[in-house]
Ligand binder design. Structure first.
Ligand code: BG6
Length: 298
């Protein structure tokens, strides 16, 4: 048995022989779907999301670059930057073997995508005039999904500052029964309370609009999603110091034209690894790499 790949110049997919699958839209290199062996979807995707490139995808895993949130003063670019709106190039696919159970060899699939300054439209290139190169790798293993971004400064002379974030929309059965562990003791900026800095105590529960930028302690426990008392996801970060936790709740969801169904906020939780509380300064020739691995437990 081998991995089945497909590419229709808009969507690239991989299916493992054991049934797990992932699909990535070239628009934004947005992971749209990630399913386990039984075909159960692990990500939330709005049914009203634009998938034709006219708007960023509302759901899946949009990529945030070169800044998080509204544009810094003087930059005329959309919220969360241009990476999630640009059309990426599919660079290639590969398969590798890893040891599964006793005597079992599991296959994993890797998809590589690229975006560079040359791939931007003229207006965006003018607004952010740096020579950069992004390589985004999506790796599907039997029980996990890894997304990894390498940002390089290809400019000959100028440094640039950037932020990166993986805006993962996890699918949950019932937000009222869901909590996030591993953030106990972490400091966070509460964006729904005037950007006040607070300290998390105990698990994070979501009972209203939630928009927080956490800086987990380096020595802290792994961030995990617990549903009805049972761990359903863990989110490991590599070189990404922050975790944004976002749920728009009922009123904000109502105000978002591309958020459907309107009560979908009960079935999603954004847990977003990123490097967003400061800036990465990349000198010419420098690179920054950050990654997340999401593991599910069923
Ligand atoms: C989160 C931000 O990461 O993304 C929120 O912290 C924001 O402030 C949310 O509302 C969704 O952003 P957008 O641009 O996709 O509507």
């Amino acid at each position: 048995a081998s991995v089945t790949f497909s590419d229709d110049h808009s969507l690239v997919s991989a299916v493992l022989p054991t049934g797990e699958s992932v699909s990535v839209l070239l628009h934004g290199a947005t992971v749209l779907s990630w399913k386990d062996a039984s075909g159960t979807e692990k990500l939330w995707l709005s049914t009203a999301s634009a998938l034709d490139g006219t708007k960023p995808v509302r759901g899946g895993i949009p990529l945030v670059f070169p800044f998080f949130g509204p544009p810094p003063p003087g930059l005329s670019l959309p919220q969360h930057g241009f990476a999630r709106s640009a059309r990426w190039e599919f660079l290639g696919k590969s398969t590798s073997e890893s040891a599964g159970g006793v005597g079992v060899v599991d296959l994993s699939a890797k998809l590589d995508f690229g975006l560079s300054s040359a791939g931007l439209d003229a207006a965006t290139r003018e607004a952010w005039p740096f020579a950069f190169n992004l390589i985004y790798t999506v790796t599907l293993d039997r029980g996990s999904l890894t997304t990894s971004l390498v940002v390089s400064n290809d400019d000959e002379a100028r440094p640039f500052d950037c932020q990166v974030l993986m805006h993962t929309y996890l699918r949950v059965a019932d937000i009222a029964q869901t909590e996030i562990t591993g953030l106990d003791g972490a400091s966070y900026v509460d964006k729904v309370d005037g950007a006040a800095t607070k300290t998390q105590s105990a698990a994070v529960t979501i009972a209203g609009e939630t928009d927080r930028v956490y800086t987990p302690m380096a020595s802290g426990a792994q961030v995990a999603v617990v549903e009805g008392g049972k761990k359903t996801f863990s989110v490991a970060r590599d070189n990404l110091a922050n975790v944004v936790v976002w749920n728009p709740w009922a009123d904000k969801a109502k105000g978002m034209a591309d958020f459907e169904p309107k009560d979908g906020y009960k079935n999603m939780l954004c847990v977003e690894p990123g490097a967003v509380s400061g800036w990465q300064t990349l000198e010419p020739g420098d690179a920054f790499e950050g990654a997340q691995t999401i593991t599910y437990y069923s």
